[in-house]
Design a protein around this ligand. Sequence first.
Ligand SMILES: [Zn+2]
Length: 92
Amino acid sequence: MSLPSGDWDAEHMLAFAPCFTDGQVFGFNPETVISVPIDPQTNRPPDVDEHGGHITPDPAAVARAVRMPICNACARRVGHASLYPLPKESTR
Ligand SMILES: [Zn+2]
């Protein structure tokens, strides 16, 4: 089995998924990937309103939010204020 060359660590590159923000499929380590919590009812982070502004998160929205991995380029673009590493228990 041959792996594509690149500046990644193949041993720890365990998962591939589309980036939530731009839809680009990227590889990541589920233990360290940057992710953003998304409320499935609004398809937005609980602390972001429909205009992209920052709001006080509704605890119910936080509770139902699902953490979606995003690529490094998007993480840099949106900043890290509302981003978290995926919790280990959510990985497969
Ligand atoms: Zn992205």
